[in-house]
Design a protein around this ligand. Structure first.
Ligand code: SF4
Length: 345
């Protein structure tokens, strides 16, 4: 989602109501708001304007933290971007040569990401100048790694292992065999309405052929991707929410086409690939989620940190990129919270 959203800027002004029709909902915003409205406020509001030289400290800090990435998600993005670039690069190839060309180009693109990450980590410039931050920053302030070199070494090792598994799998051949003209690349953000709410669709790498939309994701994870908790009830609308939103967008753009999501998981235990056919997200779900956010965004007097309490159970804060900021920003007085308990929001 782009940074410079007019509605966010308007809504962040003290006392300004959210302009009708300018709210944009996304699965990421839904999950963040549900997990912690305070973190949602930091990301969606406090970070606004943080890119300016004149930005106040909390805003610049929130903006910086917003773009720091965790290792798994950085690796996942680097893999997806690299695969996309590789597919574009091998467009002129046909026949069996495409498979080898795909793997070679994929490896080259991942290497380029690693080289850039090494430079960015070495000088840490992004830690002092928020304008330099990008979607490719690495979160190296967790204390988990003693040095940027150690972090990078771990990433290199995991990518090396990934390519060993990739080359021994059917994946390169399957992807290379998709008609080059069927791919819709590079991936882009899209917006479309569901029940009158504007919804943002994350960029998907996908191909359209034989009345099918085949989208691909690559996810590095340190947990077991097939653990029972990763696959709750089929009725749980939150499960695969980004895929469900993508399916809803496809249903408008390609009516009567079937959507299939090819998920590639890479955990320390190996690589798993599976195909899922997502249901479309229901308008009721989007409306209920959006309504809560809109009501919060329109609180009289504008939004400020002291309206949002910290989570009562701090064990739920692990992995929150805003932890540092959260400790220094004001909290509500004991008897004042918005809409009850943050954990239930
Ligand atoms: S550290 Fe915890 S309470 Fe603070 S913003 Fe993050 S999740 Fe919310």
């Amino acid at each position: 989602m782009p940074d410079f959203l007019r509605w966010e800027l308007n809504a962040a002004k003290s006392g300004m109501p959210l302009p009708a029709g300018e709210f944009i909902w996304s699965p990421a915003a839904h999950f963040l708001f549900r997990k912690c409205p305070r973190a949602w406020f930091f990301r969606r509001y406090l970070a606004q304007g943080g890119w300016k030289e004149s930005a106040a400290d909390p805003s610049a800090h929130a903006y910086l933290l917003k773009y720091l990435d965790h290792t798994d998600s950085w690796m996942s993005s680097a893999a997806e971007e690299s695969l996309t670039q590789a597919l574009l690069e091998i467009m002129p190839f046909s026949g069996p040569a495409r498979t080898d060309a795909l793997t070679e180009a994929f490896q080259t693109k991942v290497s380029a990401h690693l080289i850039r990450a090494r430079n960015e980590l070495a000088d840490s410039s992004y830690l002092t100048d928020p304008k330099l931050t990008s979607f490719s920053e690495l979160h190296n302030a967790t204390g988990e790694y003693e040095s940027p070199a150690e972090l990078l070494g771990m990433i290199q090792y995991r990518f090396k292992e990934f390519f060993r598994l990739w080359e021994n799998s059917i994946l390169p051949q399957t992807i290379a065999e998709v008609d080059p003209l069927a791919w819709r690349l590079p991936p882009e953000y899209h917006q479309f309405p569901i029940g009158g709410i504007q919804v943002s669709v994350r960029p998907w790498m996908y191909a359209v052929y034989r009345r099918t939309i085949a989208a691909w994701t690559v996810r590095f994870t340190f947990s077991d991707p097939l653990a029972a908790s990763a696959y709750p009830d089929g009725d749980d609308e939150e499960y695969g929410l980004p895929e469900r939103v993508f399916a809803a967008w496809c249903a408008r753009k390609y009516p009567d086409f079937e959507v299939e999501i090819h998920k590639i998981f890479i955990s320390p235990d190996g690589m798993v690939s599976r195909i899922e056919v997502p249901l479309t997200v229901s308008p009721d779900f989007v409306l209920a989620s959006a309504d809560e956010m809109i009501r919060t965004a329109n609180l009289p007097g504008g939004l400020k940190s002291e309206l949002f309490p910290r989570l009562e159970d701090s064990s739920k804060c692990s992995g929150c990129r805003f932890k540092e900021l959260c400790e220094t920003e004001p909290v509500p007085p004991e008897d004042e919270t918005i809409d009850g308990d943050a954990e239930n929001a």
